[in-house]
Design a binder for this molecule. Structure first.
Ligand SMILES: Cc1ncc(COP(=O)(O)O)c(C=O)c1O
Length: 418
């Protein structure tokens, strides 16, 4: 085990990184996104909840911004319920970004409802039948379909439709191939009321590797697209390609706006990004995890040696076991793969998960932890004293990535700002 800093503990056994962890922060008041969800949240709030460190989000934005030069704008990606952290709460905790980006029209409209007046970019597809709503609310559209441009031209709306053309540089998902950029842009120029505001792309392989040749290849294709626009005497005001990893590792991807998500939540995109940053010449941002996930003990009992625990009888007690039942399950986003494969923190000590994670319940072993009683707090994800369960650690247990761990936390759980 090799402790790099307070964020990361890397197990380099056998030459490969096996595990890493980050620290999380604490908190205290409490915000609700809408009247409708109020009663639902109250119903669920007292047993399982999320705590958000009020200072961490903007601190993280400042750290990421410091990777870029003056004049580079910052777009905070708050899609998918702000990566599970809660859209209303995160928008409140993020005064400094110049832009916000979300995936869907609904998410964009929600930001407007919350009073966000800054530019909002929609990254995903907007149904042709709903483009008018997007333009009405001045939501910027990512475009890569001729049908979208034609439909925007046919709106004859008094407000301009501001679009960001996405270039397919090798991620193999949304975007216009570079050989089709010229004719696509001509279509935009012909479309009345449609303004080309931005040019963007997204990197495919920047987080998963220490070898960044493929990203460099994508960047060279993006430069070709810029040259094509240049030859048409067009300079889109906003040019953006950099996700968190690119923001940290590659100044040449910054252009005039960063478009970062995971880093603002204080999480690193991957251990490879962290190692690349540590090995590079630049400064390494101090990212502070924003979220702590907690619950309370719902029952404590002593089981005889040999007792089975949970569905499928996958765990059998090898000693007299003091077991605690937690009112948390895969319906809350606590991954089923954590069964027999994780621990939580009780009184700052590790308590292993026993048996399978159920839909609404999870059992833990508190035999070796003194003074545990009913309704004591339990940290599922976060820090308690000297122990931390990071999103990365949990992702390792569940066989996924930190992005998925936080994004899948049930949106109806209460998010408290401390
Ligand atoms: C198009 C686009 N841009 C930016 C981001 C932000 O990436 P990250 O969270 O790695 O910073 C995402 C994330 O999925 C994305 O899909």
């Amino acid at each position: 085990m090799y402790q790099i800093d307070r964020h990361f503990i890397i197990d380099v056994t056998g030459g490969s990184c096996k595990n890493f962890s980050t620290a999380a922060g604490p908190e205290q008041c409490f915000l609700l996104s809408s009247k409708n969800t109020h009663s639902m949240l109250r119903a669920m709030s007292s047993l399982v909840w999320i705590e958000l460190d009020s200072e961490a989000p903007d601190h993280n934005v400042r750290e990421l911004k410091a990777c870029a030069g003056d004049g580079v704008q910052f777009c905070a990606v708050v899609k998918s319920n702000a990566y599970g952290h809660g859209t209303a709460q995160m928008v409140k905790l993020l005064p400094s970004p110049d832009w916000f980006a979300v995936n869907s029209l609904e998410e964009g409209l929600k930001l407007r409802e919350l009073g966000v007046q800054k530019p909002v970019l929609l990254l995903g597809h907007v149904p042709l039948s709903r483009l008018r709503e997007a333009v009405e609310s001045d939501l910027r559209l990512t475009v890569y379909n001729r049908e979208t441009i034609d439909a925007l031209a046919n709106l004859h709306h008094e407000k301009p439709a501001r679009v960001h053309l996405k270039v397919e540089t090798g991620t193999g998902r949304q975007g216009i191939l570079v050989e089709e950029i010229g004719s696509f842009v001509e279509g935009i120029m012909r479309a009345e009321g449609v303004e080309l505001e931005g040019l963007s792309t997204h990197f495919a392989n920047i987080e998963d590797t220490l070898n960044h040749e493929y990203s460099e290849h994508q960047l060279s294709i993006f430069h070709r697209a810029l040259q094509i626009l240049d030859s048409m005497k067009l300079t889109p005001p906003v040019v953006h390609t950099a996700c968190t990893a690119a923001s940290i590792l590659f100044p040449q991807t910054h252009f005039n706006m960063l478009r970062a998500g995971i880093g603002i939540y204080g999480l690193w995109p991957s251990r490879e990004t962290f190692i690349s940053a540590k090995m590079g010449a630049g400064s390494v941002p101090d990212l502070r995890p924003v979220l702590t996930w907690k619950t309370k003990i719902a029952q404590i009992k002593v089981l005889h040696e040999g007792s089975y625990i949970g569905y499928g009888c996958t765990y059998r007690a090898t000693r007299r076991t003091t077991m605690a039942v937690l009112p948390i399950g895969y319906a809350d986003g606590y991954d089923r793969n954590l069964g027999n494969n994780a621990y939580v923190l009780v009184h700052g000590k590790r308590a292993p998960v026993l048996g399978r994670v159920c839909m609404n319940l999870t059992m833990i072993d508190v035999t070796d932890i003194e003074g545990v009683s009913l309704e004591n707090e339990v940290v599922l994800l976060g820090t308690w004293g000297r122990e931390t369960i990071s999103a990365e650690t949990m992702a390792g247990w569940a066989g996924t990535i930190n992005y998925e761990i936080v994004t899948r936390i049930n949106p109806f759980l209460e998010r408290r700002i401390l």
